[in-house]
Design a protein around this ligand. Structure first.
Ligand code: PNS
Length: 170
């Protein structure tokens, strides 16, 4: 099967983004340079028991996305590839940090390809200075009193302090 790139590429960057980190931001900035339009798609799945609600995650993401002209933020539920098709996206962007991410990402990419072969997945490497950052670890570090400066965008740092340290004071 020959894969021909469409003239105008709309890509999806999906994730839980609970919350967005500087690693995610770096992937967004790299992807935004490659594609015509990038839709950052926040997973709406309460079963994952997120720290931040979908509207909160969208608000933080929208603040970060403001610096990019071609980046839009939305939420999705259900199958990612169905959402991609509904939005006219032909590309899924995922960030890979270390080899440990690869196995799960490969499995998801191949499942998505099986479901909708016309949609490709593209992996981007965030800068090496972000390679150890994850939303889960950032939440753990702030909970345990560590410094998270430089790991997340300023808007997220403030919200994390309010949510985690504010709750503790109450
Ligand atoms: O940031 P995350 O949690 O690694 O993102 C995972 C995400 C949202 C990309 C993945 O869970 C997903 O695509 N969920 C939608 C459900 C789906 O389409 N599943 C089947 C294909 S693998």
């Amino acid at each position: 099967m020959q894969f021909t790139l469409p003239a105008h590429i709309t890509a999806l960057y999906p994730g839980s983004f609970d919350p967005i980190t500087n690693g995610h931001r770096d992937v967004i900035s790299r992807a935004a340079k490659i594609v015509d339009k990038l839709i950052v798609a926040v997973l709406d799945n309460e079963q994952k028991r997120p720290l931040f609600s979908v509207p909160e995650r969208i608000e933080m993401m929208a603040e970060v996305a403001r610096e990019f002209d071609n980046v839009e933020v939305d939420a999705f539920h259900g199958l990612l590839v169905d959402y991609a098709a509904a939005r006219g996206a032909t590309l899924i962007v995922r960030g890979i940090r270390a080899i440990s991410d690869y196995e799960n990402e490969l499995q998801m990419a191949l499942m998505n390809r099986r479901l909708r072969p016309e949609i490709e997945t593209m992996f981007l490497m965030a800068g090496e200075q972000y390679s150890f950052i994850s939303s889960r670890l950032v939440k753990e570090v702030i909970r345990l009193g560590g410094d998270i400066r430089g790991l997340v965008p300023p808007v997220v740092e403030a919200k994390l302090r309010d949510r985690i340290l504010g709750e503790r004071k109450a």
